[in-house]
Design a protein around this ligand. Structure first.
Ligand SMILES: Nc1ncnc2c1ncn2[C@@H]1O[C@H](COP(=O)(O)OP(=O)(O)OP(=O)(O)O)[C@@H](O)[C@H]1O
Length: 153
């Protein structure tokens, strides 16, 4: 674990920053979404980036659509379909956060090795894995009875 450096200059910087975050001003990033349509535009850019650059994201989108279509075809009750959609979205949201964490880690450390970078990336990837396993189990519990019924078993 790295202990933060609390030398005088850093303490001043932190105090300066703390004074700012309590004010009702927007934070100072390179560009700020000026209105709601711009916010949607940037969010869809993020979606597009994740879809084009992350193979796992594309796989999860494909599986999500297939499972949803199967649920509709099997005439699942609306509550079951809602649970399926929520579960699929949870996996996709974690994939997006995983991609975001990877980008931030790469931004901070670049191509150098750091054990904390490894922990950040591994744990972000593990969160997707845990959610995917639970989504698989939920899909199985909701779909299997209807599939067996359809097959006359
Ligand atoms: N800077 C780093 N320092 C230490 N280990 C790293 C670093 N960058 C990547 N790794 C290790 O390599 C693994 C793969 O990193 P990478 O950035 O390629 O993620 P990824 O394979 O794209 O992940 P995902 O499959 O979830 O999209 C990480 O999980 C981590 O264990």
């Amino acid at each position: 674990m790295i202990i933060p450096n609390t030398e005088n200059s850093n303490t001043e910087k932190i105090a300066d920053f703390s004074a700012h975050i309590n004010k009702p001003f927007r934070r100072g990033s390179w560009k700020i979404a000026k209105d709601l349509p711009s916010s949607f535009k940037y969010a869809s850019q993020g979606l597009g980036y994740a879809f084009l650059s992350q193979r796992n994201f594309r796989i999860h989108v494909f599986i999500g659509f297939s499972i949803s279509a199967l649920g509709v075809w099997l005439n699942l009750p609306f509550t079951d379909l809602a649970i399926l959609v929520l579960t699929i979205c949870a996996v996709l949201v974690l994939e997006l956060l995983n991609t975001s964490i990877e980008a931030v880690v790469d931004l901070a450390i670049g191509r150098r090795f750091h054990p904390l970078a490894r922990i950040a990336k591994d744990c972000a990837a593990a969160s997707v894995l845990v959610c995917s396993i639970s989504a698989f189990v939920i899909a199985l519990l909701l779909l299997l009875p209807s599939i067996l019924l359809k097959l006359g078993l």
